[in-house]
Ligand binder design. Structure first.
Ligand code: SAH
Length: 329
């Protein structure tokens, strides 16, 4: 199925995926306001434009006030989930991070807060959870350890990544993981391992998107991943994890002008418009040609609403927690 599929196989898969999704979520699509708050990173992932070796990256950090003002804008636009994402930036130690988390939760108690800050210790994750963070996104990137070693520097290990994911789950976070589609050296076998790992780990959320080369990385000459394969995998993941929250990612929207709509039609049920201040948007450059870098938060929000309405979906304005939490499943 992954290597060879006909148009009618795919249509059949997507129809099943949509039916399953609708049985849990109706035609609701959840929106998450993404705040890219730092592009400093101590890691050196070979695919990523904000890797520490990229001396051309212009680094920035948002202050606590700037982050809170993104939330304020987001709240007035109807967002009830904020996602703080950044490179692994040691400046945002537990003291600074828990202060930011608790300040957001104090002001916006009816909102969910998602963090995506990379690998940290069990104690650090616990402190962030206790400060009020609800969810955590940490893609495993690839569940094949040999492949993992080709995408990352020596000091990064798939086993540590998995440990971090199990720690997050044990602490009580709603956890998201995922991988890039078409990253250099990926094989069908490694994709099968990704699917097996998803089935075993049972994350609440799964983010996948095509790999897109960045001109200042060692992978600059590799081809981008395939939109069709990404869509196919979204459909398969919906069947494996029927109640998962699956975003139609910005990377998908970057490679295809209707990428996010197609993602939703293949089984995705989350979109993540950008709330970062426009003056830093283009600096959070993980890959080339990222979309929406010039748009104000409000434009992104309403553009997304139009896109979703055009395919018969509606934007939901509640927190959109995982149905697995309600104890009903
Ligand atoms: N530091 C955080 C956030 C990383 S950025 C963390 O480690 O989780 C979020 C995701 O962007 C990564 O997990 C990776 O899967 C994706 N990404 C990075 N570089 C990319 C590229 N060149 N093409 C597509 N996706 C990329």
């Amino acid at each position: 199925m992954i290597e060879e599929s006909t148009r009618s196989d795919r249509d059949y898969l997507f129809e099943k995926a949509r039916k399953i999704k609708e049985s849990y979520f109706g035609n609701k699509i959840y929106i998450r306001g993404l705040i890219e708050f730092t592009n400093y990173c101590k890691n050196d992932c070979l695919y990523c434009g904000i890797r520490r070796s990229n001396k051309n990256a212009e680094r920035y950090r948002l202050s606590k006030d700037e982050i809170l003002s993104c939330c304020e804008t987001g709240y007035s636009l109807g967002f009830r989930t904020f996602v703080l994402q950044g490179g692994e930036d040691p400046y945002f130690n537990d003291e600074r991070m828990t202060d930011i988390v608790s300040s957001i939760k104090e002001r916006y108690g009816d909102c969910a807060l998602t963090l995506s800050l990379g690998e940290r210790s069990y104690e650090s994750y616990k402190a962030l959870f206790e400060a009020g963070a609800d969810r955590y996104l940490l893609r495993h990137e690839t569940a094949d350890s040999e492949h993992y070693a080709k995408l990352h520097p020596e000091e990064m290990l798939l086993s540590s990544r998995k440990q971090a994911l199990y720690d997050l789950k044990e602490i009580g976070f709603q956890v998201g993981t995922g991988f890039m589609v078409g990253s250099p050296y990926q094989t069908t076998e490694s994709l099968c391992k990704d699917l097996e790992f998803l089935y075993e780990f049972k994350p609440h959320m799964v983010g996948i998107g095509p790999f897109i080369p960045h001109h200042d990385t060692p992978f600059k000459d590799f081809d981008a991943g395939s939109v069709d394969l990404t869509l196919l995998l979204i459909g398969i993941i919906r069947l494996i994890l029927p109640a998962a929250l699956i975003p139609a990612t910005t990377a998908l929207g970057t490679l295809s002008s209707r990428g996010r709509e197609l993602g939703v039609l293949s089984g995705a049920n989350v979109v993540m418009p950008n709330l970062s201040p426009t003056n830093v948007r283009d600096k959070y450059s993980l890959y080339d040609n990222k979309i929406c870098t010039g748009d104000e938060a409000a434009e992104c929000r309403y553009c997304m609403e139009r896109r979703m309405n055009s395919i018969g979906s509606v934007i939901a304005v509640d927190r959109g927690d995982s149905p697995l939490l309600a104890g009903s499943l």
